[in-house]
Design a protein around this ligand. Structure first.
Ligand SMILES: [Mg+2]
Length: 376
């Protein structure tokens, strides 16, 4: 069976008013979600799908530079993941990260083998606990309400954002949420300090002050408290606070993650299958983390199809105890996030998400919605 066609479908899905104001890009209000969906077809008519990064970059530049027949001929049959990675790593160095193609190949491989991908790559677990990953810097009373609602929905963990211009407000939020949800709910806090050096920027002392507050509320982790290039600062911070430190969501490739592990700056590594090199690359990164006795808890702030693909990675590996479940009402709900899917990804009453069991990525696309929101 050989690859016969490659199609890039660009989608723009509206985000309800007043728009999403993510903490990681201060000042930007998102009114739509852009998605690149790659469709690979074999000469026997089997279809495989993959989506790009949460930034919605389209791959036109790559597909014009390296013509589609050349890509299809280069890979040949759908099992050639390492072959296409030779090409995709070069493409990622000069343009948008094109790992949606790798995801689409895995979708095909799973369908050919009639197995979900996680069973082909390790088959460790068939469900995982989900944490509610918020996005915005809301006032204290609203964050408390969101946290209470998340617990009511069944979540056993919630990730707050900390990047207000006044650190005392961040401190007030985490203390108030701990008081409101009690000691049995995991609280993670993300300062998003590795997102392109955007202000407000934290110093090592700021991170230490905040980290000591997290020690007191027994937070599960502190994410990106400093830029990952601040190796000395992160080492000092890890020596000063008890709370585990997480990071690495924007990295790309095994060498980047090797350096994070050798430098020992994070307790938890957060590679993302769309940013970091694809499903197989993240499987390799998970193996490296395992050898360093660390968890890989993938970054997954993305649409539902990417989350389903992330679940396939999580199901395969023995060192991942949480799924990042993006949920930031009223703008980023499963209905918006999972518009591409026939059935939104949901948590059960105990706070777990099942790894999709159908072949490939394991979820069905909603073609009525795809045609409705298609822009190319
Ligand atoms: Mg993060």
């Amino acid at each position: 069976m050989n690859l016969a066609n490659l199609e890039e479908i660009l989608l723009e899905i509206p985000i309800p008013k007043p728009g999403l104001k993510p903490a990681w890009t201060p000042g930007i209000v998102l009114t739509s979600s852009k998605i690149t969906l790659i469709k690979l077809t074999t000469d026997e008519g089997l279809e495989g799908y993959g989506v790009g990064t949460a930034l919605g970059e389209n791959l036109n530049q790559f597909l014009e530079t390296v013509p589609i027949p050349l890509i299809l001929g280069w890979i040949g049959e759908p099992f050639g993941i390492e072959k296409i990675m030779k090409l995709l790593r070069i493409a990622a160095n000069i343009g948008p990260r094109p790992f949606a193609l790798e995801m689409a190949l895995w979708d095909l491989i799973g369908k050919i083998c009639k197995q979900p991908i996680y069973k082909l790559l390790g088959g460790f677990q068939d469900k995982v606990k989900a944490y509610c990953s918020t996005a915005e810097l809301k006032p204290v009373n609203k964050m408390v309400k969101d946290a209470q609602d998340a617990v009511e929905m069944g979540f056993k963990g919630i990730k707050l954002r900390a990047r207000r211009t006044n650190l005392s407000k961040d401190i007030e939020v985490v203390r108030a949420v701990r008081d409101a949800v009690g000691d049995d709910i995991a609280i993670m806090v993300d300062a998003n300090q590795a997102w392109g050096h955007l202000p407000p920027l934290w110093s090592v002392k700021t991170a230490m002050t905040f980290g000591k507050v997290l020690d007191k509320i027994e937070a599960t982790w502190l994410e990106e408290p400093l830029h990952e290039q601040n190796i000395q600062g992160l080492k000092k911070l890890r020596e000063t606070i008890q709370t585990p430190i997480a990071g690495g969501e924007l990295g790309n490739g095994i060498y980047f993650y090797r350096d994070l592990l050798v430098n020992d700056i994070y307790d938890i590594i957060q590679a993302d299958i769309t940013f970091s090199g694809g499903i197989l690359e993240c499987r390799k990164i998970a193996g490296m983390c395992e050898a360093f006795c660390k968890e890989l808890i993938p970054h997954a702030w993305n649409n539902g199809f990417a989350i389903a693909a992330t679940l396939q990675l999580i199901g395969a590996i023995p060192n991942c105890s949480w799924l990042e479940f993006p949920y930031a009402p009223p703008c980023w709900t499963p209905e918006v996030r999972d518009t591409l899917l026939k059935d939104p990804i949901t948590i059960d009453k105990r706070g777990y998400v099942a790894i999709p069991k159908k072949p490939g990525i394991g979820v069905d696309l909603d073609w009525d919605k795809i045609e409705k929101y298609r822009i190319n």
